[in-house]
Design a protein around this ligand. Structure first.
Ligand code: ATP
Ligand code: TZP
Ligand code: MG
Ligand code: MG
Length: 270
């Protein structure tokens, strides 16, 4: 992968304007929809058991996020997920807070067991706990990564048969053999709730235009992280409120030359 390929994928998102079906949490719904619009995708949030199968099958990607899960949404996720699997629509999973409570752990296990998940994205603790490894988690935040996230991503990808995306100061993408690290981003992203959830949906948008889940994930992470760096500069140290607005502007305005200037990623195996 190179910066040119990443810009081409971004252009493809903007040209195709893929429908991204999100079953997400109540905290981040509006921010996710606005972020997807800014990057050039077409968001829809649909939860009713009566319609989720029909929505998922016409979408370019389905994003399942268990941030504020209840039994009703879990059922929506399973119905939508089976329909997406049946129709070849990639399913991206954000196991928010898995490991914090037994209910979250059981639900993540169930989703991973019953559905074919193309990409799982979370902080190190979430990705570890989703695959049954011990890793301390407080609520929905990981804190500082405690172990080797490159090794963890590879192991989890092999165990789950999904591409694993671990985010934090450094991001890691692995399919179990091929692994990339991405260094774009900005600490302000940790001060905006939903920055991780929106990222998962942006990975969904890129997955809708490229069938290779590793490429789609790396491209999404570079664009997202570079946009955050631009937004932090524009926010002029005013704080996370201004950053959040500037971030939407950067997702909308980021160009191939910004990506060329800022793209920072490395293939570390294969
Ligand atoms: P958490 O709840 O642990 O914050 P999350 O679901 O919000 O997890 P993050 O790991 O925060 O997800 O990732 C969201 C985005 O923020 C990613 O693009 C990631 O690269 C970026 N990011 C997270 N921490 C940092 C940091 N310290 N410096 C730069 N970028 C960061
Ligand atoms: N509580 C339940 S879901 C959620 C909170 C605060 C949002 C988490 O968003 P992110 O993207 O993981 O920071
Ligand atoms: Mg975060
Ligand atoms: Mg999260």
């Amino acid at each position: 992968m190179n910066n040119y390929e990443i810009s081409s994928l971004l252009e493809k998102v903007r040209a195709i304007n893929p429908l991204v079906h999100n079953i997400t949490n109540v905290v981040v719904t509006n921010f996710t929809a606005n972020g997807l619009l800014a990057i050039g995708a077409s968001p829809v949030m649909a939860y009713a058991h009566e319609e989720v199968a029909d929505m998922a099958k016409i979408a370019g990607a389905l994003v399942l996020n268990m941030g504020t899960l209840t039994q009703k949404e879990v059922k929506s996720m399973l119905i939508a997920g089976s329909s997406a699997n049946e129709h070849g629509v990639p399913v991206i999973f954000d196991p928010v807070g898995v490991g914090a409570t037994p209910y979250r752990t059981e639900t993540a296990k169930r989703i991973l067991g019953e559905l074919n998940i193309s990409i799982i994205r979370g902080n190190a603790a979430e990705i570890a706990n989703a695959a049954g490894h011990q890793w301390e988690i407080k609520g929905v935040d990981a804190g500082e990564a405690q172990g080797n996230t490159i090794e963890l991503a590879g192991t989890v990808a092999k165990e789950l048969g999904s591409v694993a995306v671990i985010t934090g100061k450094q991001d890691v993408v692995s399919d179990g053999t091929l692994t990339y690290t991405i260094n774009n981003g900005h600490p302000y992203l940790t001060k905006v709730t939903g920055a991780g959830c929106l990222l998962t949906s942006v990975i969904g948008a890129f997955s809708a235009v490229d069938k290779d889940p590793v490429k789609a994930s790396v491209a999404a992470l570079v664009v997202y992280g570079a946009a955050a760096e631009m937004a932090a500069e524009a926010a002029n140290d005013k704080g996370p409120g201004t950053f959040q607005i500037e971030f939407l502007n950067s997702l909308y305005n980021i160009t191939a030359s910004d990506i060329e200037a800022r793209g920072s990623f490395e293939k570390i195996s294969k």
